[in-house]
Ligand binder design. Structure first.
Ligand code: NAP
Length: 321
């Protein structure tokens, strides 16, 4: 039986990846900041909270990370923990950069010091490309981060590659473009729009206030994207892969689709300039050819179908309360 450690196990991807690995008969160790305050709601929602062994770890403390890796001797280490909100990173740049860089550095340094054969996965992001000069984005495109979050992830990405090249560690980065699900945090755009629209429908809210809708992003389905993480760890050699749908979608089209699906009047959508970010990526989409060819990762899901699934799941859970 293989053992995997997952950081960020309480998040969207951590929950879906845990379920995937449990289905493949892994022993899953989920790292949390504190056993007492841990938010297990996503793991409970997927009915897997009891199947995972939770362990407490401050990832910014190298000695704790060493102790954990020595104890569990994982075959695979999936590093998903991060302050993952771009918007919050503008409010908390130091905290975001400090955690998102030092956590990665400590895990890689621990694996190096212990000299153990642990395959390491780093959760990199399309936000690293930022100011885009050419589309589609490929693994060769230059980074130009536009937020503290993106800066932290570019650094973590380079640290991962450095440990691979300088110390010969099996360390791979999945460069994931936006991916959504019912389990996505409520503060993120798609979930925020869907929840607000359902509230308007139920008469609990009057309007939806949003920032700039003239922006395009490449959106996908989280459950399929975590499969790519696992596939990367099954390769003989480590590498970096773009995981994307390959299609740009206008945020306005997402909002209008959700409103249309719920038969709501689009005049209830209000653009608020104060929600605009200090700097913004206007259009981005990725090319997933390398992942398809080398990992045999398949992706052909229409994002408007994903939206419909999330709306239905959200509605079912509201009705069940
Ligand atoms: P998420 O739902 O926001 O989950 C983030 C996880 O990180 C949570 O488990 C959270 O734990 C943990 N975390 C945050 N700050 C921490 C800290 N200071 N110490 C320990 N744990 C901390 O994120 P996600 O959507 O699953 O994404 C997973 C990873 O992929 C992240 O690294 C994210 O940056 C990256 N990524 C996501 C996307 C996307 O579209 N979803 C795209 C590209 C890359 P708590 O429960 O304790 O808060």
């Amino acid at each position: 039986m293989k053992t995997a450690i997952i950081t960020g196990v309480t998040g969207q991807d951590g929950a879906y990846l845990s379920r995937l690995l449990l289905g493949k008969q892994y022993k899953v160790i989920g790292l949390v900041r504190s056993l007492y305050g841990a938010n297990l709601s996503r793991l409970q929602y997927l009915n897997i909270a009891d199947a995972i062994e939770l362990a407490e770890c401050d990832l910014t403390d190298l000695s704790q990370v060493i102790k954990l890796i020595r104890k569990y001797k994982p075959d695979e280490f999936y590093n998903l923990a991060a302050q993952s909100s771009v918007a919050l990173s503008f409010e908390q740049p130091i905290g975001t950069i400090h955690f998102n860089i030092n956590s990665v550095l400590n895990v890689l340094e621990a694996i190096r010091l212990l000299n153990m054969k642990v395959k390491f996965y780093q959760a990199s992001t399309s936000e690293m490309y930022g100011k885009v000069e050419q589309l589609p984005i490929t693994e060769e495109t230059r980074f130009h981060p536009l937020s503290p979050y993106a800066i932290s992830k570019v650094t973590a990405h380079h640290i991962t590659i450095h440990y691979r090249e300088a110390y010969n560690l099996f360390a791979s980065c999945g460069i994931l473009f936006n991916h959504e699900s019912y389990l996505r945090g409520d503060q993120f755009f798609v979930k925020k729009v869907i929840k607000a629209a359902l509230n308007i429908k139920a008469g609990k809210q009057h309007v939806l206030e949003v920032g700039n809708l003239d922006i395009k992003r490449d959106f996908g389905w989280s459950e399929k994207y975590v499969e790519a993480m696992w596939l990367m760890m099954q390769q003989t050699l480590p590498s970096d892969y773009i995981i994307a749908s390959g299609k740009p979608i206008l945020l306005r089209d997402i909002v209008e689709h959700v409103f249309k699906k719920l038969s709501l009047d689009t005049s209830l959508i209000r653009i608020k300039e104060e929600f605009f970010r200090p700097s913004e990526i206007m259009n981005i989409y990725g090319m997933n050819t390398k992942a398809k060819e080398e990992l045999n990762w398949e992706y052909d899901i229409d994002f408007f179908e994903v939206l419909d699934r999330i709306i239905e799941e959200e509605q079912q859970n509201i009705d069940a309360v």
